[in-house]
Ligand binder design. Structure first.
Ligand code: TXA
Ligand code: MG
Length: 334
């Protein structure tokens, strides 16, 4: 197996040269995992069909799930978007670089493997110095699904990328932990009011302050899944159970029941304090930002510890809390 070259952003010596080499790797059809403010992405040249096909293959991603194209700035959007609607442009001017992906009418020369055959394209300018420089050096667009195996929690540290993809990607740019921790908000601006396809790092409230009302389709319709199938996205191996905020009594009862069944139980809480806990208890600050930053890492840690059941105290669905609860609910459904 070929090994993955790791470039650390903390290694300032020759960093620009190494980024140039990473851009060359992309030009020649290679795969480069890159940091963003949300989660790590798995990059390939958006106009190189073979490279994009490799992205799907190494992730084990179903081909009907389209990819986000990352670009260096709003100016580059014209390479991919047929038309940038007024509201989309306004949001991009304010929130790019940042955790917002805009779905717009796509140019017809975009390989259909990128868009999964749709007439639209998803674009985003990520907020990360090294990655923005890479995008500038590269010049075009880089597809970037999260750099994890499909179905595993998204990677928020370089180690997560290596644990899933070491040897099957060419380069990894290691910039430590990501700052936001959950993926970007995906907003379809071909509709008016625009449609939130995925809640994420930019809150609905922040978007609506700029463009007014948005629509949030029902849970089932966005997932578009048939009954009985289990959407494994975001899911740890363990069973995840959500407990209402501050419901200490219920939390404690569930905790003790599972312990009695000799289960290895982990607890993730912010206001509830559990008595008789093991090493797998994590208390977080009561802030949605803190939950977002840590949740995927904690779920991965639970897998490594061989946890059977994870009890998670819910968090208020305001701001980024709405996206956190969305991810937790999906993980709990499986
Ligand atoms: O924060 C993020 O968005 C990260 C970082 C790496 O940028 N990327 C990410 O990519 O989360 P991925 O592939 O895991 O999720 C992309 C989402 C999927 O829900 C996909 O269905 C949606 O964007 N998407 C992509 N293109 C689309 C399109 N043309 N129309 C509708 N949805 C689209
Ligand atoms: Mg993903």
């Amino acid at each position: 197996m070929k090994s993955t070259t790791v470039i650390k952003t903390s290694d300032v010596e020759n960093f620009e040269l190494k980024l140039r080499q990473a851009a060359d790797t992309l030009h020649s059809g290679g795969l480069v995992a890159f940091p963003t403010e949300t989660v790590y992405g798995l990059g390939a040249d958006a106009f190189n069909e073979d490279a994009v096909r490799r992205v799907y293959r190494v992730k084990g991603r179903p081909a009907d799930n389209p990819l986000i194209v990352h670009i260096a700035s709003l100016h580059r959007a014209e390479l991919f978007a047929e038309e940038i609607p007024f509201k989309g442009r306004k949001l991009a001017e304010i929130f790019w670089p940042g955790p917002l992906t805009l779905v717009m009418a796509g140019k017809s020369n975009i390989p259909s493997i990128v868009t999964a055959g749709l007439s639209t394209v998803a674009l985003r300018v990520p907020k990360n110095t090294a990655t923005l420089r890479l995008l500038e050096l590269f010049g075009g667009g880089i597809v970037g699904p999260s750099a994890n195996l499909s179905g595993k929690p998204s990677p928020t540290e370089a180690e997560h990328v290596l644990s899933d993809l070491d040897g099957s990607i060419d380069v990894l740019i290691d910039d430590g932990r990501t700052t936001i921790g959950i993926e970007s908000t995906v907003l379809d601006v071909t509709f008016d009011p625009p449609l939130i396809l995925r809640q994420g790092g930019l809150s609905r409230e922040a978007i609506e302050k700029v463009i007014g009302h948005t629509e949030l389709p029902g849970h089932g319709s966005v997932l578009g899944r048939s009954p009985g199938t289990c959407h494994r996205h975001y899911a740890p191996k363990a069973q995840l159970i959500l407990v209402r905020e501050s419901d200490s009594e219920n939390f404690q009862r569930l905790y003790e029941d599972f312990r009695r069944q000799k289960k290895n139980v982990a607890a993730i809480t912010h206001s509830i304090r559990v008595s008789g806990t093991s090493h797998s208890t994590r208390y977080m600050e009561n802030s949605a930002e803190e939950y977002a930053r840590n949740i995927f890492r904690l779920l991965r840690e639970c897998d490594i510890l061989g946890v059977d059941v994870i009890l998670v105290e819910e968090i208020e669905e305001r701001g980024i809390g709405a996206a956190v609860m969305d991810r937790l609910r999906r993980a709990a459904e499986c």
